[in-house]
Write a protein that binds this ligand. Structure first.
Ligand code: HEM
Length: 416
């Protein structure tokens, strides 16, 4: 029998720290015992309600008259009760972007976001992803071993975003470094966020002078007439919302393909197999595990759970997807999972995210077809923190190969 995870000083289950990273499902069980939503500590001294029931999550995500995304309603933050250096502020503090707005303001910012994302050509996205993946594979192919997390899955979305944003090649490594700090959830995170916002601001100035076919140019020239501050925050939001979930989803898809007997010997089968593993990863290991933060506009009940106004209410996409009340025979092709959330703030980049993950996974499997996992434990350890479900490392070994075998044309221009 596994020991239950420890409770915080206030007696709430802890949605952060080493115990949560080791046994997330045990913490979700403790939350389920409280009803459709339960109290959790999401960082030292920070408390929130967390919705674990699939049905209640759908109700909340579609009820915009009761719930708001505007984190200026967060009473504890407004009262100065949240530590200034709390690691959750980077994701939860208000910014003028789609993520934190409601109603007409959200519709205006979402219009710009949807239009800009829709302008990314699927063909070009596949080409950029494949070239970026090959650039990363070239660095490890001769070594015979790699950590697919730090050597591949983490960096791939950063390279792809740098190019989609129209970042000049000489600024790409600076952008990757800023993103690495930003996602570290450590003391460098605040510096990474500031560096990245600064870089986006420079990009906006550059693309005002020299417009191109890129997300930055499209965002600043959109008919919604965003201010520079709004455009910076919109782009910050797209990258901030995109890089870790794409990295996590790439890692889980690879993990399932390399670990599961279900796929053994079937890796050469290609796209269909990768797609099946990706859908399974979205159901079983929602990359954005707990997020979609809302605030009740007034004291209310979510099904049987009491929800006071001004308290952050997180949706546990991970717990809702594994809700024991869901029919057992849903199947992974069924799209009722909440990995992309639901309602007006549902992820606007589902097909783009899927393309990056799928192309990245196919490219690395093509080149390192004989790789196998070398992690000692039965399950990868997760990164700490409440929001993402992401392995810390994904060590693999394979027979070393010459970088000369990589398609050279695909690599042309792909540097970081
Ligand atoms: C596997 C990868 C991804 C997953 C699992 C994922 C998941 C999610 C989830 C759960 C939300 C809801 C967040 C909330 O309401 O607070 C969301 C929103 C969002 N995502 Fe994604 N996402 C992924 C990739 C991406 C990518 C690549 C982009 C950018 C191109 C992106 C852009 C956004 C934006 C802008 C929002 C905010 C939408 C709004 O508030 O209206 N996501 N995503």
């Amino acid at each position: 029998m596994t020991t239950p995870p420890p409770l915080s000083v206030s007696g709430c289950p802890m949605l952060h720290g080493a115990a949560f990273a080791t046994q997330p499902q045990a913490v979700y069980e403790q939350l389920r015992a409280q009803g459709p939503a339960g109290w959790a500590e999401i960082a030292p001294g920070v408390h929130a309600l967390v919705v674990t029931q699939h049905r209640a999550a759908i109700t909340l995500l579609n009820d915009t008259s009761t719930y708001s995304k505007d984190s200026r309603r967060w009473a504890a933050l407004a009262n100065g009760d949240i530590p200034e250096d709390s690691p959750v502020l980077g994701m939860m503090a208000w910014r003028p972007s789609v993520l934190y707005t409601d109603g007409q303001e959200h519709a205006r910012l979402r219009w710009a976001m949807d239009n800009c994302i829709a302008r990314i050509s699927p063909h070009r996205l596949r080409e950029i992803t494949q070239r970026s993946a090959l650039t990363l594979i070239a660095r490890i192919i001769g070594q015979g071993r790699a950590d697919l997390m730090s050597d591949f899955a983490d960096i791939l979305p950063m390279l792809v975003f740098a190019e989609l944003l129209g970042c000049p090649p000489e600024k790409t490594s600076r952008m990757v470094r800023a993103c690495q700090d930003l996602i570290s959830a450590g003391p460098e995170a605040a510096k990474g966020a500031a560096d990245f916002a600064g870089l986006l601001f420079e990009l906006i100035q550059l693309r005002r002078a020299q417009p191109g076919q890129d997300l930055t140019s499209w965002m600043i020239n959109h008919a919604a007439e965003l201010t520079d501050q709004e455009a910076t925050n919109q782009l910050f939001c797209a990258v901030g919302a995109g890089i870790i979930p794409v990295a996590a989803c790439t890692a889980w898809t690879l993990y399932l393909l390399l670990r599961d007997d279900e796929y053994a010997g079937d890796l050469a089968a290609g796209t269909l197999t990768v797609r099946r593993a990706l859908e399974k990863a979205l159901w079983e290991r929602a990359p954005m595990a707990n997020f979609s933060v809302h605030y009740a506009r007034y004291d209310t009940y979510l099904h049987s759970a009491y929800v006071p106004a001004g308290v952050p209410v997180l949706i546990s996409h991970a717990a809702a997807n594994t809700d024991p009340a869901l029919p057992k025979d849903l199947g992974y092709d069924n799209r009722s999972h909440l990995a992309w959330s639901a309602g007006p703030h549902r992820c606007p980049a589902i097909s783009q995210a899927t393309t990056i993950v799928q192309t990245g996974v196919e490219t690395v499997l093509d080149q390192l077809w004989d790789m196998e996992l070398t992690s000692p434990g039965p399950k990868p350890l997760l990164r700490h923190g409440p929001f993402h479900q992401c392995p810390q490392t994904l060590p693999v070994r394979f027979r070393p190969k010459s970088p000369d075998r990589l398609p050279v044309n695909a690599l042309a221009g792909g540097s970081s």
